[in-house]
Design a protein. Structure first.
Length: 375
């Protein structure tokens, strides 16, 4: 009778704690920093394995997972019935001891444990809800890093296996090894990307150079890929890659930067060969970057002025441009030009002040004062 009563009490406690600490909405229900022994007791009473979100208060990706991923209904539906889920701060209470026990060195780390607390698998880093479900499926089906490593060392090289192995390596912070294997697997497989979602996913993770044959192929055939896969995702990928590489053509020598003019021109020409999501924005940013590296703030101002003539520019961007130019060495004509931008925008705000733009009144006034210091 006492044993039955104890079981009932533990079960009720588990239910009550889960309800108490469930996230708002229909997402994943987490126990919030439970005592370790209490977590094991509840898992054993529920006869479920344990999922632990190892986080810290300062971790940005941890907060993203809590606010954007774990709140999703499909992830809640998937995890709540399969695991006792807990979130534990690795810097408080029993957290440091658990971090040492399970070798948690990066955040967020997700621990998959048996109901007795034995580690089955772990994964590091934020991801989407679908990716989290895929991670979890691999763990529940026994496809952990250790198992995959044994198969790889035994000679397994099928495409499906290699995609799974590479992604799992990456999740365990073995990114250099994952990158090398991914590039080897993808080499020469441009035409196979349309038919293989696994290879296409590896392209997204690991191809980051605009002149890589796979990247060029996907850009040239982007309409076909957009018909097969998420078009916005591909637009974002093209945007990210082209936005990131103008700086590769600058090499610092002492206090100045030497420009690879030939490489930079080729970069700009290649960028404009095919339609590109936000292509004008990327080109503008890259031309501004060139002027900044050259420390030619008059040229920088002329590029900004052309952009202002052609499009609406937010206060955040306008203020940033004017501040940067004003701190550089510029001609009186350039100073007059940027003063004109600021005065015009300040006048517009005063005529139509909103909750969003009112703070820029003081910012712009300070800028004008710095442009025209009192003698």
């Amino acid at each position: 009778m006492n044993r039955l009563l104890k079981h009932i009490i533990v079960t009720l406690l588990a239910c009550w704690t889960t309800i108490k600490y469930a996230q708002q909405g229909e997402g994943v229900s987490f126990l919030d920093n439970p005592a370790w022994q209490s977590l094991l007791t509840q898992a054993q009473a529920a006869n479920k394995p344990i999922l632990v979100d190892c986080y810290t208060a300062w971790c940005g990706p941890c907060k993203m997972m809590v606010s954007q991923v774990f709140t999703q209904k499909k992830l809640g539906d998937y995890l709540n019935g399969r695991f006792v889920c807990a979130k534990i701060d690795m810097e408080k209470g029993e957290g440091p001891e658990l971090a040492k026990k399970f070798s948690v060195k990066a955040f967020p780390t997700f621990l998959y444990l048996t109901k007795e607390g034995t580690l089955m698998n772990s994964a590091v880093g934020g991801c989407t809800a679908d990716e989290f479900i895929e991670r979890t499926e691999r763990t529940l089906s026994g496809k952990t890093l250790e198992v995959l490593q044994t198969k790889y060392e035994g000679g397994e090289r099928s495409e499906e296996f290699m995609v799974q192995y590479i992604v799992t390596l990456d999740e365990h912070m073995k990114r250099k090894e994952a990158m090398q294997l991914a590039l080897e697997l993808l080499e020469g497989k441009e035409k196979e990307l349309l038919e293989s979602k696994g290879l296409y996913d590896l392209f997204f993770r690991y191809i980051r150079e605009p002149f890589h044959p796979l990247f060029r192929y996907v850009q040239e055939h982007q309409d076909e890929f957009k018909a097969q896969y998420d078009p916005q995702q591909l637009d974002d990928k093209l945007y990210q890659v082209w936005s990131a590489h103008a700086s590769d053509f600058f090499k610092q020598e002492g206090s100045v930067y030497k420009i690879d003019e030939e490489g930079l021109n080729r970069y700009f020409e290649e960028m404009t060969r095919f339609p590109l999501f936000k292509g004008d924005e990327i080109m503008l940013r890259n031309h501004l970057l060139v002027a900044e590296y050259q420390r030619d703030w008059n040229k920088y101002a002329q590029i900004c002025n052309e952009a202002i003539r052609k499009q609406d520019v937010s206060d955040g961007i306008l203020y940033n441009w004017a501040s940067r130019i004003g701190n550089g060495t510029i001609t009186s004509a350039t100073r007059k030009m940027i003063t004109g931008w600021v005065k015009k925008r300040l006048s517009e705000i005063r005529k139509n002040t909103t909750a969003e733009n009112y703070r820029y009144i003081a910012y712009y006034e300070q800028l004008l004062a710095s442009f025209n210091p009192k003698k």
